[in-house]
Design a protein around this ligand. Sequence first.
Ligand code: IMP
Length: 498
Amino acid sequence: MAKHIEFEPSRTLTEFRLLPGCTTEATTLTHVNLQTRLVRLARGDGWMGIKIPLVAAAMQSVSGARMGLEMARLGGLAFIFASQPIERQVEMVRRIKNYKAGFVTPETVPADMPISELAELTRRRGFATFPVLDASGVFVGLITRNDYDANRHGHLPVRDRMIARPALAVGGVSQDLREANAVLMDSHQTVLPIVDAQDAVRYLVFRKDITDHLDNPLQLVDGRKRLMAAAAVNTHDYVDRVSALVEAGVDVIAVDSSHGHSVFQERTLHWIRTHHPDLPVIGGNVITGSGFDFLVEAGACGVKVGMGGGSICITQEQKGTGRGLATAIMKVAEARDAHAERTGNYIPIIADGGIVHAKDIVVALALGTDVVMMGRYFARMDESPTEKVTINNRVMKPYWGEGAQRAREWKAVRYHQAVFAEGVEGFVEYAGKLRDNLDDTLAKIRASMSTCGVATIEELHSGAELELVSALSIREGQVHDIHLPGPEALYGSTKWGD
Ligand code: IMP
């Protein structure tokens, strides 16, 4: 006989609806604040927060440097995947930490390069502005697409058409973007070279990019104004990997495992807390209260929750282990609250796997999670590391699980671990820019919280009222009993005012 058999079925997020509360002036859309706690600080009191309650999953097809950069600029984080050599992962974290918003590291051209060659280089690179260096590497001018006509000037050297250094306004490396912008606005240039004390060009600042870069009010930065970076590690090579990531400036680490309630994870957490006492570390994944207590006891500053619910996940089918995410969140949040009550230490939790819609994000938050991690949602964006493909006239991006054969090959070589697959490989519909998708998702989350009469995630935790819904009422909540013509027919027949 089993030790325990639970007859109450575990629940998924889609089975719950939020009941409205009283919306006041203080809880209108513009007053809803989505900042939340990601991890308890490793030392001292307090939490490391993020400005939106979303993070991107540590997966090869989701979180590379580009996703990490854009997420930090928009107020969340992407956990750079661990299923790659240490040096490559460290390089991705470095790219995020060294990023200077709006400051582009330029490619230079020699002053004697023929314009015909420059035109070809421009075509290949997809950009058209190059600082020009003389034979001894001295910065002598700047050339852009506006300075030549490839047919008329093709035979001339770049030096004959460039704007020479004495005629150029330049900025200095110690300037921030606002200061560089002021110099740029006073000049007649569309681009500002940023030079160091030796007059070597280090960056270019483009007029067209400025508003985009100054317009990130939620940007997450560390004490030195560098973008924040997050990364995943495994329970095998953590000694070398964590140390290298810390050296690169990583701000928070997650131990990446589908089953976190293990002595291997306990050892990893213990080692990290002992050797890097300032580094906040997230443990996981667990789906029980005892799993939460175990990880916190081992030193976790945050805990990831979920097993078997990911869109690419076949863990439940393969191993028969797992739990509906709503139940997993409730059980772990209960243990988290009891732990906070007992010790005064609130350890944030992160719900992970199977979430993609704003409505499910809000339900997960209302049930008690502090943050939501998603893979599929982010895999669809421009910023994920994969290339677009067209299948049956639909633009798609590849998406595969870390336990799918493709990702496991790397693990197999390294850890001889790939016994059977726990994930699949497929495609997701391409969705465009992360920024646009996040705007839409966050607007829906804010609207939902406003309807519930709450202005913060903490208020949602304590004030939300939810109800389990029947399959019939879910159906009633969808579009029903109406014929939906295609958009052409709809707009073609709509003649207002006739
Ligand atoms: P999604 O947001 O539904 O796509 O789920 C993403 C989550 O699935 C990740 O954050 C992981 O926790 C989990 N995951 C990633 N790869 C695999 C896999 O191969 N098998 C099972 N779960 C996976």
